[in-house]
Design a protein around this ligand. Structure first.
Ligand code: ZN
Length: 233
């Protein structure tokens, strides 16, 4: 029971840490990404780079790392109007949610992940959702995940476990978790190869990795890194 896991893997800091968490814990791990017409195919490239580097640098994990899947979710563009799918600037809405928010997007991601996991004999769905930094996303909340775990388990008559290792920790602790899982090698890999920047910038290199340095995703990553670095010096 619960030996095979599917990790929702976008190529960012959070999901790369979740992938390492899964590789340390489960016998067989596969990865799933979604292509929803992101302006930044740099994210999809980052996924491949992270997987390649993990295989090369962590042979003990390479034997557990199975297939990578990418599902085309261009349909999201038909039900949303956001800066991820159209050529609009990133901004915060009056609702307090960024305009990149696609209502219920994670519900869709996890439902598709469950269908794939069912077909391939996996029971654990690992996702980097977190209430700590982005409590504005209702589909990232712990209660939503617990309700969805029950709904998917009943609806597919297949016992699912939704594993959310980052739910209650902040970005500094996410770096610490990476260090605990794979030491400095893993931290270095995440800094260099994971991608977080909303603008898809891979031309500016900072202590914490590549990015524009000023979008909300970069700011959050930089703040987390600074807090982490302060305690490791
Ligand atoms: Zn940025």
């Amino acid at each position: 029971m619960h030996r095979r896991a599917l990790v929702l893997f976008s190529g960012g800091q959070d999901s790369t840490t979740c992938l390492a968490h899964a590789l340390a814990r489960f016998e067989h791990v596969e990865t799933l990404g979604f292509d929803y017409g992101q302006r930044h195919h740099v994210e999809l490239q980052a996924r491949l780079n992270v997987l390649r580097e993990l295989r090369e640098r962590f042979p003990q994990w390479a034997t557990r790392l199975g297939d990578d899947h990418v599902l085309d979710l261009a349909v999201l563009g038909a039900v949303s109007d956001t800066s991820l799918t159209r050529d609009m600037a990133f901004r915060m809405e009056a609702s307090g949610l960024p305009n990149t928010f696609v209502p219920g997007r994670n519900l869709l991601f996890l439902t598709l992940a469950a269908a794939l996991a069912y077909r391939r004999g996996m029971t654990v769905l690992v996702t980097g959702v977190c209430e700590t930094d982005f409590s504005g996303y209702p589909d990232c909340r712990d209660d939503t995940m617990k309700a969805l775990q029950v709904a998917l388990t009943l609806g597919m008559d297949h016992r699912f476990l939704i594993d959310t290792p980052l739910m209650w920790i902040d970005k500094a602790d996410t770096w610490r978790m990476a260090e605990q899982l794979g030491g400095k090698d893993l931290v270095d890999l995440i800094v260099e190869h994971s991608h977080t920047c909303y603008l898809g910038d891979r031309t500016h290199r900072h202590d914490w990795g590549w990015g524009c340095g000023s979008c909300p995703a970069c700011e959050l990553r930089a703040r987390g890194w600074a807090a982490y670095a302060d305690t490791t010096r």
